[in-house]
Design a protein around this ligand. Structure first.
Ligand SMILES: Cc1cc2nc3c(=O)[nH]c(=O)nc-3n(C[C@H](O)[C@H](O)[C@H](O)COP(=O)(O)O)c2cc1C
Length: 323
C-alpha cells in the first residue's frame, strides 16, 4: 500500500514536512498546501519558499496549484518543472473554503464542467505536458452541491491522461461534515481510466482495514487529518505489530521527538513566542487526541503565551501518558 500525506494549508508547510519525514520516514509522497498564483504577481514569497527544492531535500514532493486559469496553471507548473525540477504537479479541485469557492476555484471549479474541460484541453495540448515530461495529477471532490455532478466530472477526467486522480468523496457543501460517499468512490473505481487514489477519514488501523476489505484493488491512499491526530499513523498502518505497551512506549517517545524537533524548527524560523506557539497550537488541536486524559493540561496548553510555560505543560502531558 502506498501512503500519501495530504496537503493541509496552514499546517503541513515545509518545516512540518521536513520534521515529519525525518522522524517518520516512509511516506511515499507529500503534497504542498496549495499555492494560488496571481495573474500578475505570480507565486509570492510564502508559496515560493514552501516549494523551493533546498527547503525540501530528500522529500518526495508534489507541489499543488489552485487556479481556474490554464495560462496561470501552465506558467506555474512550468516554473516548478523547469526551474525546480518537479516531475509532477497537482491541481486542487477540492478546496471547500468560502474564500476560494465563490471565485470558481478549488471545489468551486466543479460547478463549471465545460470550463473545466476547456482548461484541461489547454493544459494537455501543451508540449511539456503532452510529451509526458510533466505529469499532471488532480485532487478532487465529487461535486459542488450534489454527488449527481460526478458522472460528468468522471467523463471529463477520463478524457485526459492524468498521472493520478485523487478522490475525496465529499461534495463542497459537506466541508468536512458527513461521511465520504463510498458508493460514488466505488463507481469511480469501476470507471476511471486513470490511476485512482482514495482520500478521506482514514484515522485508524481499523478504518484502513475496513477500507481495504471493501476496496482490495486500491493500492494508494492519501492520509490527511489522520496524520495530524497521530503523526505516526502511517507507521502503524504498515507495521504488523499490535498495540501492546512496549509499542505504545516507543510511539510516545517518537511523538515527543517529533514535537521537540518541530518546536525547534519553528523557534529557529519564526520570531517571538507568540508566533511559535500559534503554530504549535495548530498541531496540538489534532494531536491532543493521543492524550485522552489531558483535561486541565489541554486548557493550560491552549492558554500558554510563553514558551517556558508551554514546554512545562508539554512535558507534563507526555508524563501523563507514561506507560
Ligand atoms: C486544515 C486543513 C487544510 C487543508 N488544506 C488543503 C490544501 O491546501 N489542499 C488540498 O488539496 N486539500 C487541503 N485540505 C484537505 C485535505 O488535504 C484532505 O483532502 C481532507 O482533510 C480529507 O482527508 P482526511 O479525511 O484524511 O483528513 C485541508 C484540510 C485541512 C483539515
Amino acid at each position: 500500500m502506498n501512503l500519501y500525506f495530504a496537503p493541509m494549508e496552514g499546517v503541513t508547510g515545509f518545516l512540518f514536512r521536513n520534521v515529519h519525514h525525518e522522524v517518520y520516514p516512509g511516506i511515499d509522497k507529500y503534497f504542498t498546501p496549495f499555492v494560488s498564483p496571481g495573474a500578475e504577481k505570480g507565486l509570492g514569497a510564502h508559496g515560493r519558499r514552501d516549494v523551493l527544492p533546498e527547503n525540501n531535500r530528500g522529500i518526495p514532493l508534489v507541489p499543488q496549484i489552485l487556479t481556474n486559469r490554464a495560462d496561470i496553471f501552465l506558467r506555474t507548473a512550468k516554473l516548478f518543472h523547469e526551474e525546480y525540477g518537479y516531475a509532477e504537479v497537482n491541481l486542487n479541485l477540492g478546496c471547500p473554503s468560502p474564500t476560494v469557492v465563490p471565485k470558481g476555484k478549488g471545489a468551486g471549479f466543479l460547478s463549471y464542467p465545460d470550463d473545466l474541460e476547456r482548461f484541461f484541453d489547454r493544459i494537455f495540448s501543451d508540449e511539456t505536458v503532452s510529451s509526458g515530461k510533466l505529469l499532471i495529477s488532480v485532487k478532487t471532490r465529487i461535486g459542488k452541491t450534489s454527488p449527481e455532478e460526478w458522472p460528468r466530472l468522471m467523463e471529463i477526467y477520463n478524457r485526459f491522461p492524468l498521472s493520478e486522480l485523487i478522490v475525496h468523496p465529499r461534495i463542497q457543501t459537506d466541508m468536512y461534515r458527513n461521511h465520504p460517499d463510498l458508493s460514488v468512490f466505488s463507481s469511480a473505481l469501476a470507471e476511471s481510466r486513470n490511476p485512482l487514489v482514495y482520500n478521506g477519514d482514514i484515522f485508524s488501523v481499523s478504518a484502513m482495514d475496513r477500507f481495504r476489505e471493501r476496496f482490495p484493488s486500491v493500492d494508494t491512499v492519501m492520509l490527511g487529518r489522520g496524520l495530524l491526530y497521530d503523526p505516526g499513523l502511517a507507521e502503524r498502518l504498515t507495521q504488523s505489530s499490535g498495540r501492546d505497551a512496549d509499542n505504545e512506549k516507543v510511539r510516545y517517545a517518537k511523538l515527543k521527538k517529533f514535537h521537540d524537533r518541530l518546536l525547534e524548527e519553528y523557534c529557529g524560523f519564526l520570531s517571538g513566542d507568540r508566533q511559535v506557539l500559534a503554530k504549535m497550537k495548530e498541531v496540538w488541536a489534532y494531536m491532543i487526541i493521543r492524550f485522552p486524559d489531558a483535561g486541565k493540561l489541554e486548557k493550560k496548553l491552549k492558554k500558554s503565551t510563553r514558551l517556558a510555560e508551554y514546554r512545562e505543560t508539554v512535558d507534563a502531558l507526555f508524563e501523563s501518558v507514561r506507560i
